[in-house]
Design a protein around this ligand. Structure first.
Ligand SMILES: NC(=O)c1ccc[n+]([C@@H]2O[C@H](COP(=O)([O-])OP(=O)(O)OC[C@H]3O[C@@H](n4cnc5c(N)ncnc54)[C@H](OP(=O)(O)O)[C@@H]3O)[C@@H](O)[C@H]2O)c1
Length: 254
């Protein structure tokens, strides 16, 4: 344990993440989170911003907060801590500067972006502080948990990026229509990008072997898992020729 580890805050924020995940799951029993195809465009009081600006702004703290924490703390002790922080920041570097800049998604409401911004700032702090101050990864890079978790993380990230790429290719710039996704893991599930993201964060939580990382994996599974059900239902209702064998989220199982 490093001298500055704030264990109580870590446990509190991690438990809050799980609680929030359950809350979102329950809310999704009534309606899907209002962005993308489920955004409510009826209200005139809403301020809408382009999707690429929204993604850039809302996800930036997940990258910037850990980077600032590393800068503040100076040199990290162990290779394991450096690699694990690189995984987390690498994911969000891609999400902010590549996914965020090239998305062809539709406009998003500013209040939703602000909510996500706060979430990403807190989660960036939780994961960054935990890795920098509350863990010691001496000799960890040869541990089976690190190696297995790393493999899962990279596999999940590849699934996630490839699936998001397939979705982006379904549209020309300016188009906001929905088509049947084809290729890659979409041949097996309706929410292939979500499956990749969930595998990624479970891999990360095994590689770090900490409560905050497990809490984030659980949050991701609950929030994206429940949204995947809406996506699947949307495709089945909209497209008569939607492949019958395609599952919702987990190939061959669910
Ligand atoms: N860790 C977490 O808790 C978390 C939470 C949320 C998102 N994410 C990640 O962030 C990324 C984006 O999430 P998302 O919820 O926006 O994913 P999504 O609903 O699958 O949409 C991804 C992008 O593809 C477009 N799209 C989706 N289906 C389409 C279709 N059938 N035809 C044409 N275009 C289609 C969407 O446009 P529209 O916007 O116009 O629908 C959006 O731009 C994913 O990689 C996800 O895993 C992670």
């Amino acid at each position: 344990m490093g001298p500055h580890c704030n264990g109580t805050v870590m446990v509190f924020l991690s438990s809050t993440l799980i609680f929030l995940g359950i809350l979102i799951w329950k809310q999704h029993q009534k309606r899907a989170a209002s962005y993308g195809r489920y955004s409510l465009k009826s209200s005139t009081t809403k301020i809408l911003i382009p999707a690429n600006v929204g993604w850039f702004v809302q996800e930036l703290p997940s990258f910037a907060v850990p980077v600032l924490l590393i800068y503040q703390s100076g040199e990290l002790d162990h290779l394991g801590s450096k690699l694990l922080l690189c995984l987390f920041c690498g994911h969000y570097f891609h999400r902010v500067f590549i996914y965020g800049c090239f998305t062809r998604g539709q406009v998003v409401e500013i209040f939703f972006v602000l909510k996500c911004f706060v979430f990403c700032a807190l989660n960036g702090y939780l994961q960054g502080h935990n890795l920098i101050y509350c863990t010691k990864y001496n000799g960890w890079t040869t541990d089976f948990r690190f190696l297995f978790g790393l493999m899962l993380f990279l596999l999940g990230m590849a699934f996630n990026i490839h699936s998001d790429h397939l979705l982006r290719k379904l549209r020309k710039p300016g188009d906001t229509s929905y088509k049947i996704p084809k290729g890659g893991l979409f041949e097996y599930v309706s929410a292939a990008n979500y499956f990749g993201e969930i595998v990624e964060w479970f891999g990360y939580s095994i590689a770090t072997w900490t409560f905050p990382a497990f809490a984030f994996a659980i949050f991701t599974s609950l929030s994206l898992g429940s949204r995947a059900i809406y996506h699947h239902r949307f495709y089945v209702e909209k497209f008569q020729d939607y492949p019958k064998s395609r599952k919702i989220l987990i190939p061959f199982l669910f």
